[in-house]
Design a protein around this ligand. Sequence first.
Ligand code: C2E
Ligand code: CA
Ligand code: CA
Ligand code: CA
Length: 279
Amino acid sequence: AKAAGRNALRFFDPQMQAAVTQRAALVSGLREGLRKQQFRLYYQPQVDRDGRLLGFEALLRWQSPQRGLVSPAEFVPVAEESGLILPLGLWVLESACSQLAAWARQPASAGLSLAVNVSASQFARADFVEQVLEVLARTGANPRRLKLELTESLLVARVEEVIAKMSALKARGVGFSLDDFGTGYSSLAYLRRLPLDQLKIDKSFVRDLLVDPNSAAIAHTIIVLSQTMGLAVIAEGVESASQRDLLASLGCQAYQGYLFGQPLPLEQAEQLLAAQPLA
Ligand code: C2E
Ligand code: CA
Ligand code: CA
Ligand code: CA
């Protein structure tokens, strides 16, 4: 009993206490942010080999009155742990699909695709497929313009279940991209079974492309793999023309990164669109 008492005391160590309080404040801040509509989508351009616009990736931001513009790297992990990622993910999907539907009504933007990040816990929900179909129906977005970005972490679920969900959405035209490819632990034998459309070369490999032969070799392997599997491939985190040129020489078809544009608020994304016609 004495030992347990000491452990209990240790739990209330001031530093740990502070971390727990901070996290709780973040969770309640996020909950309030959802209620008060403080979340925004930013749009980062995706381009083809000639730099022509293919579409955007929707990236979440939290416009907090107290904290300013908060990056998802800071709050998505906490949103995942607390379950808030479910309502938040639904908000992202709804906003993205509404935007797709709005773009489809204008000839200059009708061909745009929009990539949306889906967290593993969101995908794992039994009603994920119904949720996506319902949002598509409600917003009137064209499923063929929607690309869901999944990470290998979704493979914590049974692979048959993952395949069934992906196939159900694919049957309606929804596309799938595997994000952060090459950074996870899943085997190629697993990945081969997934009905994917695209592999996304992680930005860590792109960053080291010119300085680390291993990173260049991995990027090359992913590009060849995508070609062999009949998939599209896109590189993220492309910041320099020399990175782009090297990727192009390896056969990469699509690019995303600061070289082509930062994640932009809607108005700026639409200005870019007006200045640069679709591919
Ligand atoms: P991600 O999906 O891998 O997104 C790419 C990240 O790289 C984004 O960070 C983007 O702003 C950043 N980036 C883009 N171009 C460059 C570049 O040229 N160089 C470098 N160094 N970075 C670049 P961001 O927007 O902070 O998002 C971080 C992560 O948060 C995302 O990584 C994604 O995992 C997650 N996330 C973002 N939006 C959502 C969302 O709506 N739902 C979920 N579940 N996760 C999201
Ligand atoms: Ca992504
Ligand atoms: Ca990524
Ligand atoms: Ca990532």
